[in-house]
Write a protein that binds this ligand. Structure first.
Ligand SMILES: NC(=O)c1ccc[n+]([C@@H]2O[C@H](COP(=O)([O-])OP(=O)(O)OC[C@H]3O[C@@H](n4cnc5c(N)ncnc54)[C@H](O)[C@@H]3O)[C@@H](O)[C@H]2O)c1
Ligand SMILES: [Zn+2]
Ligand SMILES: [Zn+2]
Length: 381
């Protein structure tokens, strides 16, 4: 097969032309990767709730036409100038937040908030030249969080690409490119529950269930799942959740219910809903003196977190994280190895699978609360 390196590739992509309208399969032109960029052939992608928020654009800035998608696995097709760590044929996971390896954040052991490549949900172009690499008849189609994986080929900054074990099945490990790493890391890297502690998880989607899985690995003895969707409680048992609370079953604030259930509050709580009231409850339900709450859900753009300062003075800690504090290039290959060594199960997060042509079904499953992760297969048999 003739090399496509340096040439424009024409391929299929699912384009969001308008907020909330079904994606449309289009033939797009994908420009070659420029300096410090990589062009990736996507084999599998999946849908995360963050894609849905920005597609709906109800509480987020509308940027259209746009190619969504940020949880995926693929193979490097070609690399741009200056790229030395990746080569065509490498198996990779693109990540919505990057690691330049050079800034103060990348050099800090505590942060993954790279100055150059940290998540920017409103930018629809590449950082190198402020242009999009996607077009239809010369008209640009915008990127999403630097990944745009709902396309057979995409261009990503090298700092947002994790090179992984080529034997890892991409149809499974693609979920480590966002949701599962985020939830797992939120618990293991940020909340850090001590062995024997009580952990509350708000929102039992894939991110929250990965947080619960992390709590189980850390040796938490009680893991309390909080969700409005009672169907989630059946699935959650497989992820170590030991008790379930549905806020709609109570007429008092859920933080009061949790405080009573745990004799003063939970030791750790991890919020994975994106709902501002759940975020406040997740903070206010932690025990005074030592409790730590970690926010993971992506909030409405106008949301304001409101709590009495006394809740903080009483020695509660409030934190937040993107991507579970993992640095994509340095840390994600080892998370993939956890799956390879059977220390981490991914199959149970994958509830649905659709061919690329039926990508809109993945949105329906998530909006109805039916799916955890729906894998979208790019190559149709
Ligand atoms: N910080 C990060 O790096 C990062 C990464 C990935 C996803 N996210 C965010 O994490 C959240 C979860 O993503 P997901 O893909 O698992 O979504 P999901 O839709 O599969 O799961 C969310 C769950 O929260 C429940 N929920 C919603 N409102 C609630 C409330 N008020 N109280 C209790 N439960 C409630 C829903 O019923 C659902 O089960 C989203 O907000 C997403 O944008 C953040
Ligand atoms: Zn995501
Ligand atoms: Zn950096």
């Amino acid at each position: 097969m003739a090399s496509t390196a340096g040439k424009v590739i024409k391929c299929k992509a699912a384009v969001a032309w308008e907020a909330g309208k079904p994606l449309v399969m289009e033939e797009v032109e994908v420009a070659p990767p420029q300096a410090m960029e990589v062009r990736i052939k996507i084999l599998f992608t999946s849908l995360c709730h963050t894609d849905v928020y920005f597609w709906e654009a109800k509480g987020q800035t509308p940027v259209f036409p746009r190619i969504f998608g940020h949880e995926a696995g693929g193979i490097v097709e070609s690399v741009g100038e200056g790229v030395t760590e990746l080569a065509p044929g490498d198996h990779v996971l693109p990540v919505f937040t990057g690691e330049c390896k050079d800034c103060a954040h990348c050099k800090s052991e505590e942060s993954n908030m790279c100055t150059l490549l940290r998540i920017n949900t409103d930018r629809g172009v590449m950082i190198g030249d402020g242009q999009s690499r996607f077009s239809i008849n010369g008209k640009p189609i915008y990127h999403f969080v630097g990944t745009s994986t709902f396309s057979e080929y995409t261009v990503v900054h090298v700092g947002c690409v994790a090179k992984i074990n080529p034997n890892a099945p991409l149809d499974k490990v693609c979920v480590l490119s966002c949701g599962i790493s985020t939830g797992l890391g939120a618990t293991l890297n940020v909340a850090k529950p001590p062995r024997g502690s009580t952990v509350a998880v708000f929102g039992l989607g894939a991110v929250g269930l990965a947080a619960a899985e992390g709590a189980k690995m850390a040796g938490a003895s009680r893991i309390i799942g909080v969700d409005l969707n009672p169907r989630r409680f059946v699935e959650a048992k497989k992820f170590g959740v030991t008790e379930f609370v549905n806020p709609s079953d109570f007429d008092k604030p859920i933080q009061e219910v949790l405080t009573e259930m745990t004799d003063g509050g939970v030791d750790r709580s991890i919020e994975c809903t994106g709902n501002i009231n759940a975020m406040i409850s997740a903070f206010e339900c932690v025990h005074d003196g030592w409790g730590v709450a970690v926010l993971v859900g992506v909030p409405h753009k106008d949301a304001v977190f409101k709590t009495h300062p006394m809740n903080l003075l009483n020695e509660r800690t409030l934190k937040g994280t993107f991507f579970g504090n993992y640095k994509p290039r340095s840390d994600i290959p080892a998370v993939v190895e956890k799956y390879m060594n059977k220390e981490l199960e991914l199959e149970k997060f994958i509830t649905h699978e659709v061919p690329f042509s039926e990508i809109n079904k993945a949105f329906e499953y998530m909006l109805k609360g039916d799916s955890l992760r729906c894998i979208i297969r790019m190559q149709e048999e």
